[in-house]
Design a protein around this ligand. Structure first.
Ligand code: SGN
Ligand code: CA
Length: 539
């Protein structure tokens, strides 16, 4: 073969490759991977032992890290439930996909990555919490919890059988549905996308009966900032309603019986406080109610005895322990479910070419700054756990420190499957990171939270986060900026926005933030549009 002929052949070959990679919507990988996307709700990275072993142990979730990659700087674009899910499915920021908060409807005419994968030949299924108020498109099979779902004897909206009620503990039921689908419905000669989405450990934190004994007796270490007084911070942090002592429900969350509150003359934290517990218990059968009483009755009795001598710090500490007991207790069954699933993949030769992702819809406060809940761009809610196993591609025990986002999943999965990525998706593929390549990744992320006025009273804000700094603009009824020096002040206790020595940093970051808003097509006029539209929604 002469040289020009060889050159021509190479050109043809490259042209062919790029043709398949860029123009076809069919799967053009020889052996496309299966994808199992496991997401829990409000699961803080602090509550996964692969990230932090001082609070709890999650040996099965940790397996994904030790057999794959742990991302230490994964974050969300908007730290709240349904918006995070919309970002994941569309690969677009909230202001583009339109689901900016839990109230806005999700526009189902949009293209989501499962629809694309289904069209390209993947078998697709989704089980658990979606929280969209409408059914998901692009799934051959789905069973979803209505709205937030409940912990015991839940209802499900199903693709084929309408609404059904299932007896048992929700986390276990979702695990069973997922495994049953793999065992019975999976078409063996097709690649699959399986979304396994837990309600746990979302509020109001109800562990399975089998975990009550262990977790209701455990004592957990307190975070250093449990009694944060918010000096050196702005209006938004000071006025947020997420304090464990004052905002967490006594009955609904801490599981004090309404009669206990009456006896001690403790006013409800909110006017729904007692009803949250009553309505949760109304779903229990007799056995479940018996287990509940067996462990919570003594807690109530002990509290009645101790209450007269407790000051507000004691009450805060008591509520923190109750919170951790139930929150971490709810995670125990999530971890067990993940273990069952990984064992099934191993036993059936599916581990090697299946991408297993474990993540949460956002982070969560476990007493840091005295808080629970999420929403803020501050670390514990902004960051989210992300563990990925794909033996074919990822080396065991890998650690990646890049600033990846939930925005990146859609493109990553499509690329892994060899399917063309729509040009209007706004994330980055994580595949080069999976391969351990040290190619340049993004150096800053954009964040925007909207749900205000609303529950927990967290002001609207947007900001930019780099490895070293976090610049935030709180807007709407206030106009305040904050800057945190991430290297010097990891707990974000000091807003240095006005300090002389940071003025150059502020100038640079403001200009970078402006560029990011342009890059992602966000703007003051869109902010205004969502403010006005929010007023017209049924709250
Ligand atoms: C419920 C919770 C809130 C929580 C929102 C959003 N209150 O309203 O604490 O912030 O959900 O959570 S509760 O009294 O009903 O438990 S999200 O995960 O769905 O965004
Ligand atoms: Ca959530």
């Amino acid at each position: 073969m002469n040289f020009s002929r060889l050159f021509f052949e190479i050109l043809l070959f490259l042209f062919g490759l790029s043709f398949f990679a860029c123009t076809s919507e069919q799967v053009h990988s020889e052996n496309p991977p299966n994808i199992i996307f496991i997401m829990s709700d409000d699961h803080a990275y602090q509550a996964i032992s692969a990230y932090n072993n001082t609070l709890t142990s999650t040996p099965n979730i940790d397996r994904i890290a030790s057999e794959g990659m742990k991302f230490t700087n994964a974050c969300v674009t908007n730290s709240i439930c349904a918006p995070s899910r919309a970002v994941i499915l569309t690969g677009k920021h909230s202001h583009i996909n339109g689901k900016v908060d839990n109230m806005f409807p999700f526009d189902t005419t949009q293209v989501t990555f499962p629809q694309i994968m289904q069209k390209a030949g993947y078998q697709t299924a989704l089980f658990g919490k979606l929280h969209f108020g409408n059914s998901p498109k692009g799934f051959d099979q789905f069973k979803i919890l209505p709205g937030q779902g409940v912990y015991y004897n839940p209802d499900f909206i199903t693709k084929n059988d309408g609404k059904i009620k299932i007896s048992g503990y929700t986390t276990d039921i979702i695990t069973k549905m997922t495994l049953d689908w793999l065992k019975e419905d999976r078409i063996k000669n097709k690649p699959f996308l399986l979304m396994y989405l837990h309600k746990a450990p979302h509020r109001n934190w109800m562990p399975a009966e089998r975990h009550l004994e262990e977790y209701t007796q455990k004592i957990f270490p307190e975070p250093e900032t449990l009694f944060d007084d918010f000096s050196n911070r702005g209006t938004a942090a000071k006025t947020a309603e997420m304090n464990i002592l004052t905002e967490m429900d006594w009955a609904g969350d801490s599981k004090l019986y309404p009669e206990t509150l009456d006896e001690l003359k403790i006013p409800e934290a909110h006017n729904w406080d007692k009803n949250v517990l009553k309505s949760a218990l109304s779903r229990f059968d007799d056995e479940q109610k018996k287990s509940f009483d067996k462990y919570y009755q003594p807690i109530n009795e002990d509290f009645i005895k101790r209450y007269p001598t407790m000051n507000s710090n004691d009450l805060m500490k008591w509520k923190y322990q109750r919170y951790m007991q139930d929150y971490l207790g709810s995670i125990a069954s999530v971890d067990e479910g993940v273990g069952e699933l990984l064992d099934y993949l191993d036993a059936n030769g599916l581990s090697e070419n299946t991408i297993v992702v474990y993540t949460s819809d956002q982070g969560f406060y476990l007493g840091e700054h005295g808080w629970f809940d999420k929403r803020f761009i501050y670390n514990e809610s902004f960051k989210t756990p992300l563990l990925v196993r794909w033996p074919k591609m990822i080396k065991p025990n890998s650690i990646n420190n890049q600033m990846v986002q939930n925005l990146d999943f859609a493109q990553t999965f499509l690329e892994a499957a060899g399917i063309k990525v729509p040009e209007d998706m706004q994330g980055e593929s994580l595949i080069p990171l999976f391969k351990g390549q040290s190619t340049a990744f993004r150096d800053a992320v954009y964040y925007h939270y909207y749900e205000f006025p609303g529950e927990h009273n967290v002001r609207r804000h947007y900001g930019i986060v780099t490895e070293d700094f976090k610049l935030v603009h709180f807007y709407y009824d206030i106009d305040e900026w904050e800057l945190y020096d991430r290297k010097k002040d990891a707990s974000e206790l000091k807003n240095v926005y006005a300090e002389e020595e940071y003025q150059e940093v502020v100038r640079n970051l403001k200009s970078k933030l402006k560029q990011l808003r342009i890059k992602y097509k966000d703007s003051d006029s869109l902010d205004h549009y969502y403010i006005e539209k929010y007023k017209t929604l049924d709250q």
